[in-house]
Design a protein around this ligand. Structure first.
Ligand code: FAD
Length: 397
């Protein structure tokens, strides 16, 4: 949001001294913001007469926050199926809604997707807002953001959760900006701030060195994107139903400025979908050299598993970054996580500790990963993995 100087400016120059980017000039004794402005807000804080504001802020601040109620989850659809992250967020959204004494709603957008609403109710939603039209058959920034902005203006939700996926990361900030609110991106934890009753959004900050908890006190809805696999999917209860609100789409084909030509899948291997994998075989520095990943890949092939890696293995160039699991990589929650030659640093655990069963293979019996593991094998992975692979191959035959 652009920073503006209002008529109340008294020309004291406090903002000019406070600006770390030298982006304020004082022609005719009035502050003037130049193109060097990064919108950091230092000038806003420094102004003694509140003469500097963000564009649209006065409108947003004056909103009646009491009008905004209920927790919404944006439900993503891929290849005609609900993506796991939407279900995970419904489970967590349920907790937030219950704590706030409000309802939980899913927002489902697409074409011919009404059949998926059953699953959304089964995952805990009280309400589903369903918007269907041929123009919405595929995700588009223009189409989907127009639909959600329209829904927000009509139904005024208090909280909106989106997955920190490609689409969620594209959609969330655009919607937040259009309705004049803030968004906490890439959260790894959600809670309720006891003092204010607001959603407490937690995310890694400063390269993962600290965890920041962020509140959105002045604007509505409170919005955030949440990493896939941080939360568990709920156990579906298909006896449950709720209110289905069909909202007509106002989006016209000409509103969508992009055209879908072709889907080019840059990555088709199992690593693309680590967040949704049921089994992950993951390698660290203990793998020793890139060629040794063949032991992990052999086991993964037999088990139908995906391949993960620690940051040490990625930094060594043994695996591309898309395989990295941890605080600065992906967050995963498979049924089985097999950690091979990974010591168990806190930053790695941050990305896989919600796995149902953790199996560690490490030649050091004192490696910290064993404290977290359900099953541990002390040994050289180059010897252990071929034996395991052979055993599983026989079981499967
Ligand atoms: P090491 O700690 O070196 O452990 C190697 C292990 O392999 C040892 O336990 C050793 O006993 C065992 N071993 C050696 N040879 C064999 C063998 N032949 N057979 C069996 N076992 C063997 N790390 C991540 O993984 N993901 C992140 O997202 C991440 N983000 C970070 C963010 C920040 C801000 C910082 C500061 C660090 C981050 N790290 C992250 C790095 C993290 O602190 C660790 O350095 C890293 O996880 C260590 O990787 P590793 O376990 O593979 O290597």
């Amino acid at each position: 949001m652009a920073v503006l100087v209002t008529e109340e400016c008294i020309g004291c120059g406090a903002c000019q001294s406070a600006c770390p980017f030298g982006a304020i000039e004082m022609p005719e004794d009035k502050a003037c913001i130049t193109d060097s402005c990064t919108q950091c807000g230092a000038c806003i804080d420094s102004c003694p007469v509140q003469a500097i504001v963000r564009q649209g802020e006065s409108k947003a601040v004056s909103m009646d926050k009491n009008e905004y109620k209920n927790v919404w989850v944006y439900i993503e659809v891929s290849e005609g199926k609900l993506r796991n992250v939407g279900l995970e967020l419904l489970a967590e959204g349920r907790k937030l809604a219950d704590a706030m004494g409000q309802k939980l709603a899913g927002v489902l957008i697409g074409d011919n997707v009404e059949g998926l609403t059953k699953e959304i109710f089964a995952a805990g939603a009280d309400t589903v807002y369903l918007v269907q039209a041929p123009e919405l058959a595929r995700y588009s920034t223009d189409g989907y953001s127009a639909v959600i902005v329209d829904l927000i203006k009509s139904y005024k939700p208090s909280v909106i959760l989106l997955g920190a996926t490609n689409d969620g990361r594209d959609l969330g900030p655009r919607v937040a900006c259009r309705v004049g609110t803030g968004l906490t991106a890439d959260c790894t934890g959600l809670g309720i701030d006891e003092a204010t009753g607001l959603v407490a959004w937690t995310r890694p900050a400063f390269g993962g060195n600290i965890m920041a908890t962020i509140l959105c006190p002045d604007h509505r809805p409170q919005m955030g994107t949440v990493r896939p696999s941080v939360f568990k999917r709920p156990v579906p209860d298909y006896a449950k139903s709720g209110e289905l609100i069909r909202v007509p789409s106002k989006v016209k084909a000409e509103d969508i400025r992009t055209e879908f030509l072709k889907l080019l899948q840059v990555c088709t291997g199992p690593a693309c979908n680590l967040e949704e994998a049921e089994i992950i075989v993951s390698g660290g520095r203990g793998v020793g050299k890139p060629e040794n990943f063949c032991y992990l890949e052999d086991l993964a092939n037999v088990l139908g598993a995906s391949i993960g890696a620690s940051r040490a293995a990625v930094d060594a160039g043994w695996k591309p970054q898309m395989h990295q699991i941890g605080q600065t990589g992906k967050t995963v929650g498979p049924r089985i996580y097999i950690a091979c030659g990974i010591s168990g640093a806190i930053q790695h655990l941050a990305g896989m500790s919600s796995s149902d069963i953790i199996i560690a293979i490490n030649k050091d019996p004192d490696a910290p990963i064993f404290k977290m593991a359900d099953y541990g094998i002390v040994g050289d992975l180059c010897e252990v993995l071929p034996v395991l692979t052979e055993k599983f191959r026989k079981i499967k035959a």
